[in-house]
Design a protein. Structure first.
Length: 112
């Protein structure tokens, strides 16, 4: 099944925004101790990674503007397959450092 890259990028955009909404006004300790928030954030990372993987399969050139797209896709695989070894600190740092950039980059792609 061929996926529409625009729909995939919209899914990424929505998931990024939801991650930021879920973690707004939350400290790392609150994040770490709240299973509902950690589960929601990890699920959104799964969606981001899968959506970008679909774009890669459809038209890899569309990922050229996405910083570390291969690592993002790989992060999805770690969350799904290495669920028992997920580091809350790594997920949290990724939320704070990478999600805002990804949001900007995907917004730029969708504005074209």
């Amino acid at each position: 099944m061929k996926h529409d890259p625009k729909v995939c990028f919209i899914d990424v955009l929505n998931a990024c925004q939801q991650i930021l909404d879920f973690t707004k006004s939350v400290s790392f300790e609150e994040y770490r101790s709240n299973d509902l928030i950690t589960s929601a954030v990890e699920r959104k990372f799964e969606i981001i990674g899968e959506a970008l993987n679909r774009v890669r399969k459809t038209d890899p050139s569309l990922l050229e503007i996405i910083t570390d797209s291969e690592q993002i896709i790989g992060f999805r695989n770690v969350i799904i397959h290495g669920y028992d070894a997920i580091s809350d600190r790594i997920v949290w740092d990724t939320v704070k450092e990478s999600i805002p950039l990804l949001l900007r980059e995907v917004s730029h792609i969708l504005s074209k």
